[in-house]
Design a protein around this ligand. Structure first.
Ligand code: FES
Ligand SMILES: [Fe+2]
Length: 387
């Protein structure tokens, strides 16, 4: 199958004078297209692989699959999150197989080579014969773990494997500036991950891009989320755009009577905007509300399967105080219901992409504009340097 997007397809996707067309079906169903995306899209930009709070303390390790490669995310002795290629320098055994905690070193289960939390190779037991732990031809300094280029922002861990993406600060600056207008940056430091009822992962039968496209627009609010629409109506929503980096939706109104907003402490000086939901390309969704913050990131597994990871944060003690346990459980239940409603229709769109009667469909110019913004971004990433 030809995975290249034809000029006619690109013209239809980039159409700004009416109803544009979406990406063709194979962009959502073809494993070959998925492999091309890995090389031309994910490898060239900053992509989220996890939350810093999933490795809360020094010595916490979490293996992560990314673009078909094994990585390990960890927190070192200085308290910094680092990401390494999760492969032993000796015979290439995957080093860490499951999330765990170590004291000082990561030891390979195969022959026992040990690395410190900054990837330095410390020990090569019996390498020169029983009881002989070093050999002349093996310089430990040359065989440490390979670090992946990584950055942590708003407790999200990003990597760039090709190492040719711009520096992370310049990359994220336009979105950071938008968030700064909502709430002062230093106030975010009061946020802590919810100690209970704070996270989940959904495994869904859909291409990662359908999840992104769905998250971007509020058009489906009355039909897919009738309960949410009762407290924050479609007419109170607006869309926003940030060049080649993000787009999203916000809402100006929540009916607080129908939510338990008052249960949680709120950000001091929260702006008039009630909530914003930026989608940072390629795979991050943020929920910025007066009294809590959540992150979701989509982990592509294959063309037709992805994982959706949610993490919720609250201000100060509300994150771990047992008195807030019931409120945290309720808040998670509310969001889980909304996001499961989304996943239902994402899987429906995935099944629809096996139809010979559909390819691309229609982006209407007002209501589908943010999803169209993302489709144009994808097409641009996949064709840059090819034409
Ligand atoms: S493969 Fe890791 S010690 Fe041999
Ligand atoms: Fe939705």
């Amino acid at each position: 199958m030809n995975t290249k997007l034809s000029q006619a397809t690109l013209d239809a996707i980039n159409n700004e004078n009416g109803c544009a067309t979406g990406l063709p079906n194979q962009a959502y169903t073809s494993e070959e297209f998925f492999r091309m995306e890995q090389q031309q899209l994910f490898a060239k930009t900053w992509t989220c692989i996890g939350n810093g709070c999933s490795v809360p303390g020094p010595g916490d390790l979490q293996p992560v699959g990314f673009l078909g490669q094994p990585l390990v995310m960890l927190r070192n002795k200085q308290g910094d999150v680092r990401v390494f290629h999760n492969v032993c320098s000796h015979r290439g055994n995957e080093l860490v197989w499951q999330a765990c905690q170590v004291k000082n070193t990561i030891q390979c289960p195969y022959h026992g080579w040990a690395y410190d939390l900054d990837g330095r190779l410390l020990a090569t037991p019996n390498v020169g014969g029983s009881g002989v732990h070093s050999i002349d031809c093996l310089d430990k300094n040359e065989h440490g773990l390979r670090a992946a280029r990584s950055a942590v922002w708003m407790d999200l861990v990003f990597v760039n494997l090709s190492e040719d993406a711009p520096d992370f600060e310049s990359f994220i600056a336009p979105l950071q500036q938008r968030i700064d207008k909502l709430v002062a940056r230093e106030k975010f430091s009061a946020l802590r991950p919810a100690a209970s009822h704070g996270s989940y992962t959904i495994d869904f039968a859909g291409n990662w891009k359908l999840c992104v496209e769905n998250n971007l627009e509020s058009y489906h609010l009355p039909t897919i989320h009738p309960d949410l629409n009762a407290v924050s109506k479609l007419e109170d929503h607006y869309h926003f755009y940030g060049d080649d980096l993000f787009a999203g939706q916000g809402t100006l109104k929540y009916d607080h009577e129908k939510t338990n907003l008052d249960a949680f402490p709120v950000f001091d000086g929260w702006s008039d905007m009630v909530a914003e939901y930026p989608t940072l390309y390629p795979n991050v969704f943020l929920g910025l509300q007066a009294d809590h913050y959540w992150t979701r990131f989509v982990q592509p597994v294959s063309a037709e399967r992805s994982l959706d990871h949610l993490q919720i944060y609250y201000l100060g003690d509300a994150a771990d105080d047992p008195d807030f346990d019931t409120a945290r459980a309720h808040r998670l239940e509310v969001w889980a219901r909304v996001f499961n409603e989304d996943i239902g229709v994402v899987e429906g769109m995935q099944r629809g992409r096996r139809s010979s009667a559909f390819s691309g469909g229609v982006f209407t110019p007002i209501m589908d504009k943010p999803s169209h913004h993302f489709a144009k971004w994808v097409a641009k990433q996949l064709t840059q340097g090819n034409h």
